[in-house]
Ligand binder design. Sequence first.
Ligand SMILES: [Cu+2]
Length: 199
Amino acid sequence: MVSQPIWIAIVIGVFFVGIGVSYAHFANTYDPMSMKFQNQQLFDQMMSNNPKMSQQWMDSGMMGQQMQGQNKSTQTETNSYVKMVDGVQVVTINAKEFKFIPSELNINAVKTKFILINDGVSEHELVVYESSKQDILEKAEIAEDEETIEENILFEIEEVHSGESGESKVMDLTKGSYAIGCLIPGHYDAGMKGTLIIS
Ligand SMILES: [Cu+2]
């Protein structure tokens, strides 16, 4: 027969072990980053309500990446993907799985050269065309019908390997609104698309 105080001690012991295990599980699986992507609003709220956590966040290095992201969008606003080099407007677009950065371009109708930098793992290309030509071009791409592609695009920078870059020739641009896309099968639908406004 076990006496009552021992039973009480066992119950209390089990209780605290339970708390310990739960906390350990929480601490191991708790990841502010995953929460960030699941629920941006909650994450921002949490950061603003909790200076200590937001300090940890900044220390964790993820902040650096987030700031880079912000710099990129500032660049988009100030058009710093555009440089004038010897009287030629040079437009630099980065490609990776599966997007163009920037994906919305506003440039001037002057002599222009495009550069496509592949920061991704697979090959990517840049095709610029009137948006109404999307279907024709996707079919032509699958059929590898280069002739139809040539006839229906403004220009393209053909497949660029990972880590490399490709460029267009210097072109005279006319004002208009165009679609950009990577027409390697699957890439456009995965997000490699955007707009090019020439004004
Ligand atoms: Cu692609």
